[in-house]
Ligand binder design. Structure first.
Ligand SMILES: [Zn+2]
Length: 458
């Protein structure tokens, strides 16, 4: 890590695996990692301090935790998870409906808040989320750490191929990039060709966008014969969808962007920037445990799942004191690896395959649990597929899954593509999934979160 980045992290970051580390070549990290005990000691200290600050000042949690007693000082992290109930999105929505426009999960008077973001509301109504300067700075700290792992230096030149909106997406990344002293170009409301030109003209080295859009931009460059040998892009920092940790998707994007590597990350408006790609094991994400206390639970029983099992990520935001979340069910499906030191040297929780999908998106088709990352992993194994759409026919009790695929024009072997895809679904999931070929250019492309799953209900 360059001295400038390291000092920025030391100045602003907490002791965590992503901070204070010593890089070796190729983004590998070694040494300087907090031990498991150190991480948990820090988390317990922060949990206690958080509870002390928000009770009774925060009306939402004062009400919610009233039954837990007047003072809460858990003796251990286990005691904390036993004592504190889960927070759900529906509770937060109900609180906002009853107390518009911001709800009551506010620790300070309204005048203390300087930023407002809004969730995209894909599953419930959008929620506004307020931050104080202090809370916001913590989110920027998180991104500074993430950028450190991604080997970003002040010499990097950033392009956000992305229209900034009311949700948190990349706003805190933008501030972190500024803090590190990098050049920065916000490329909202531009055509794909305009963005490619800006990336070439400005000597851009790092592009931030969704994995779907990284792929789309690469395809536009290829189809329009843009000379990408002029591109200096070395990093594609992707978020907003799960594809950045799926090997076939990563390979596909990296083929379209010669010389660039995909770096995956995920975060949420109501939580903050949560994970960073393991530098030694792309395809898995580490949780920034200095800022978030993670748990992985069975979505039905709310009991912890074992390592290697799929469950829902639950997070406590340790630093976002102005609008905290205690044991919040994020709705993200993940597969935790056993809690041991990672090959990158870090002790923070690793999530194999990154974010596997949303628990709301998981469907049971003929007894098989199917979620978006599984389908993505199968389909992206076929370079001749340009885009796809999943149809879920929910009109009868037995949900049927089928696929529409749009080929890359003039690819060889299109005659057998649908048959080969159907065989892959059969082999991977033991599932009969009819595949239909559509004409090139008939499916939508997405700049923001891709919406490839369609439910037919009537
Ligand atoms: Zn790792």
């Amino acid at each position: 890590m360059p001295a400038e980045t390291a000092s920025a992290i030391r100045e602003h970051g907490e002791a965590s695996c992503a901070a204070g580390q010593t890089p070796v070549s190729g983004g590998q990290l070694a040494g300087g990692f907090p031990t498991r005990e150190e991480i948990e000691r820090l988390q317990l200290r922060k949990v206690r301090s958080l509870l002390q600050t928000i009770l009774p000042a925060n009306p939402f949690y004062a009400r919610k935790l009233a039954a837990c007693g007047p003072t809460i000082a858990p003796a251990s992290l286990d005691a904390y998870t036993r004592l504190i109930p889960i927070t759900t999105r529906h509770e937060l929505v109900r609180d906002r409906l009853a107390n518009p426009p911001y709800g009551t999960d506010l620790t300070f008077p309204l005048e203390a808040y300087v930023r407002c973001h809004q969730t995209s509301g894909t599953t419930t109504m959008p929620m506004r989320w307020l931050d104080t300067s202090e809370s916001w700075n913590h989110l920027v700290d998180n991104w500074v750490q993430i950028l450190g792992v991604a080997t970003v230096t002040p010499r990097d030149r950033f392009f956000f191929a992305f229209s900034f909106g009311p949700f948190l997406g990349f706003w805190s990344a933008l501030d972190a990039v500024h803090r590190l002293g990098c050049f920065c170009f916000a490329g909202g409301s531009m055509s794909s060709m305009g963005r490619l030109q800006a990336i070439l003209d400005n000597g851009i080295t790092a592009v931030c966008c969704t994995p779907t859009y990284a792929q789309h931009l690469g395809e536009v460059a290829r189809d329009k014969k843009v000379d990408m040998t002029r591109s200096r892009v070395r990093l594609l920092i992707v978020a907003g969808e799960g594809g950045g940790s799926i090997p076939a998707t990563r390979a596909r994007i990296e083929r379209l962007w010669p010389g660039a590597a995909v770096f995956d990350h995920h975060g949420m408006t109501e939580v903050g920037p949560v994970t960073y790609q393991c530098p030694a094991r792309p395809g898995s994400l580490h949780v920034l445990e200095s800022a978030y206390l993670p748990e992985v639970i069975d979505p039905h029983t709310e009991q912890p799942v074992r390592a290697g099992e799929t469950g829902e990520l639950v997070l406590t935001t340790l630093d976002r004191i102005g609008s905290p979340l205690l044991r919040y069910r994020t709705g993200d499906l993940v597969k935790p690896r056993p809690r041991s030191v990672c090959v990158c040297g870090c002790h923070e929780l690793a999530l194999d395959g990154g974010i596997l999908g949303r628990s709301d998106d998981m469907v049971v088709v003929r007894g098989v649990n199917v979620y978006p990352s599984l389908v993505e992993a199968i389909v992206r194994g076929y370079p001749e597929v340009a885009e796809y759409r999943v149809q879920l026919d929910c009109r009868s009790a037995m949900i049927e899954l089928s696929l529409e695929v749009e080929p890359v024009a003039d690819s060889p072997g299109l005659d057998s593509l649908t048959r080969r895809l159907e065989q892959s679904f059969q082999a991977a999931l033991n599932l009969r999934a009819p595949v239909m070929l559509l004409p090139a250019g008939s499916l939508p492309r997405f700049e923001m979160k891709a919406q490839r799953w369609v439910r037919v209900t009537e």
